[in-house]
Design a protein around this ligand. Sequence first.
Ligand code: SF4
Length: 638
Amino acid sequence: MTGQYGYAGKILKVDLSSGNITHVPTSDYADLFLGGRGIAAKIYWDEVPPQIEASHPENRLIFMTGPLCSVPGFASRFQICGKSISTNQFSFCNLGGSWGAQLKSAGYDGVVVSGKADKPVYIHVDGDKVEVRNAAHLKGKNGFYCQNEIKKELGESVRVLTVGPAGDNMVSFATFLASDDSVGAGGLAGVMGSKNLKAISVRGDKKFKVASADKLSKLRRRIRQMSGGYVEPLLAMGLLTPRDRLKKSFCQGCPAGCVRATYPNPEGSQRKFMCQAAMFYETRAQRYYGNTDVALKATELCDDYGLDTRATETMIMWLSRCHKSGILTDEGTGIPLSKIGSYEFIETLLQKIAHREGFGDTLAKGTHKAARSLGSDAQKLIKDYMTRSGDNELYGPRLYITTGIFWAMEPRLPIQQLHEVSVPVMLWGARQKGLKEVPVTTEVLRAMAKRFFGGELGVDFSTYDGKALAAVRIQDREYAKESLILCDLFWPIYFSEAAPDGVGDPSIESQICSAVTGREVDEVGLYKIGERICNLQRAILAREGHKGREYDLIDEYNFTTPLKGDFGNPDCIVPGKDGELFSRKEVVVDREQFENMKGEFYRIRGWDVPSGLQSRAKLEELGLGSVARTLEREGLLR
Ligand code: SF4
């Protein structure tokens, strides 16, 4: 039985309606579901009735670490799962920083919150002592303020996960703010507001054991030899803020190094700078002021109010179009739309949305709903760039083909899966542009695809062939990664200059899992766990209305609007047949070939090809017999 090594051993359960505080052994779940997304999905399947609204007290907020959380060298990421306020479906997010590691040190692998408090509260976990404390003084306050107040009450050593006013007010794109400015979206932060839960603070000093410290240190050495550090320049590509103002700041225990950094804000605090959040408002501020200082502040404001920078960015694109076409005015909205790029604009916008003031209440429902309430002219202004989840199109199927499977089947922006396709191809692109320190030649990329995507066709973007198999391989690995949990900015290690063929080792994650937990698992075994979790999530979504092929859709513009460019790749250059340069500029997705690719994907997954529904045989093979019986009763199995 799994559980002796790598785990704290217990999952905390807090019912805010009754005040009951209990715990269950992690080993009840770990054998089949490993940790992170896997265990959270199983708890969700068991406990959340499919028909309830996200704001119902029976919804759960499930905070789960995994066996690698807080093991030095592998960071301290954790997942949050539950039913999303935005979509009323299962959703998830993945955060770093140090909150997850501290939760594990307090003796818990996860926290499951149910019910609804009758007044604002926060949960404090201090080793074995767990309390539900008054948070009336924090209700409606911003995230950084709450973190500071709770630290004043409990001491600097606590780690605090909180929500700002956007979460309190159930804004559809509200975010969590955890220690070290870690942020999580997915439409779940509003569930905190629905439960009257303002924060969870954690502290602990318990240690847990790994099965083989020796094997682990050998693996760490090997990983250091393999990883080239060339991902960082790729991630930093396109950022306008001068790098000399930044200081590297990694999540607790992560040796990797990505673009994660901090910068000093004018008030003297260090604030986070990374990935998409680092680019938020940059070009608009640059255009307005000639520098990006306000962009840094804009990201900080989003974190503070608790609003998703990605969703806000796409909303600003739409607001700008509405203003230019005269649908919205400064006077009518109370928002200075004529000054997009200024501090005044972004501050007013965020404040109004987070507090649902005036027109901010309309915007708090998300861009699609806001546009619907304004009428068809406003709706037309979003149709060719925003996905139905409210995100800006990114790494889409017109460019990468394979990613159409992820966009069609996942309940939210599947950024981790998208990265698995886009990062190696972008590294190859950087090499093609003459960046010699990036070792990803065409030969190396194709060798990588054989090992990681099931065949060289996985990186031939002149054809739909081989993409379904690549999607299955990527998903199985990704679900396992989200359960261990490993960060997608570093894993998998696709390339290694230490290897004769330049290719990394896809079995390394399974070796780490074995060294930490003591369970013997190889690459295939780890992917099997990923496949199980993928199937469980598919079953959850089926019960919530996403019933197979006819729901596995990508946005219509993919079939009708030719591709104009992609992040860092304006000419849409990807590898084609035999690795030759191939441009997908002006390309649309071919409807028939896309449906064929879906069919091939269902076939490889062992699902019913015409309907896309799961099969009893596959679920039973994966140890999900009771899931199969439930789906069968509800007419969701073939
Ligand atoms: S790679 Fe970056 S984001 Fe990922 S765990 Fe490490 S520091 Fe955090």
